[in-house]
Design a protein around this ligand. Structure first.
Ligand SMILES: Nc1nc2c(c(=O)[nH]1)N[C@H]1C(S)=C(S)[C@@H](COP(=O)(O)O)O[C@H]1N2
Ligand SMILES: [Mo]
Length: 198
């Protein structure tokens, strides 16, 4: 018999207590940055536990090899969005630009206005993660992180920094913005690691 089960009951795709949305909610703390000239107002810094840090211009970032990936995203506030098509720079292309020191075990993503998100280095490096500039065939809108956002689909979507401006390699884990505000240090949606006490 053919069943037309609601997407929420597809437990292989949707983590516990999440609802599938076909919209694309906008969620962040603070203002949406406005840029008039990326060449002068924007750069991307790779620093911390690396042999030699680098700072790239927007043009240099956009000249890196590109990829397209499709994934599902899960926001801690309870919505999931399936089959997102992202275009961007694979995480490995960014990491190739520096020599990461062996002591590095965590990363901190740095976004506009000092916003941050932390994660283990191994999670950051997962194939499929990318620094995206397109979603479903369109340039990211400013609200969704243009000109560049990180996408790490296996953790709650708050780890996917919008308006990302840098990556810092660290020996010890440190709280990012939402983690300081009570969210979980890791944030696995399948284990419902929403808050620090979960
Ligand atoms: N720079 C920045 N990135 C951020 C956030 C933020 O507050 N600032 N919020 C996170 C949260 S909680 C979510 S759910 C997603 C939302 O992305 P969207 O607005 O594109 O749906 O962005 C994440 N990235
Ligand atoms: Mo979120």
């Amino acid at each position: 018999m053919v069943t037309n089960k609601p997407l929420e009951s597809r437990h292989d795709r949707v983590p516990p207590n999440q609802k599938v949305t076909t919209g694309f909610p906008v969620l962040h703390y603070g203002d949406v940055p406005e840029y008039t000239d990326l060449a002068t107002q924007w750069s991307f810094r790779i620093f911390g536990l690396v042999e030699q840090e680098v700072t790239l211009t927007y043009e240099q970032i956009m000249a890196l090899p590109k990829t397209q990936v499709t994934n599902d995203i899960h926001c801690v506030t309870g919505w999931s969005k399936l089959d997102n098509v992202w275009e961007g720079i694979p995480v490995e292309e960014i990491v190739k630009l520096v020599k990461v020191k062996p002591e590095a075990k965590y990363v901190m993503l740095h976004a506009e206005f000092g916003w941050t998100a932390n994660m283990p280095l191994d999670d950051f490096l997962r194939p499929g993660n990318l620094f995206a500039y397109k979603h479903n065939g369109q340039d990211l809108t400013p609200e969704h992180g243009w000109p560049l956002r990180f996408v790490i689909p296996h953790l709650y979507f708050w780890k996917s920094a919008k308006w990302v401006r840098g990556v810092e390699f660290l020996e010890k884990d440190k709280q990012g913005f939402w983690e300081k505000n009570g969210y979980h240090m890791y944030g696995d949606p399948w284990k419902e690691q929403r808050f620090a006490w979960d």
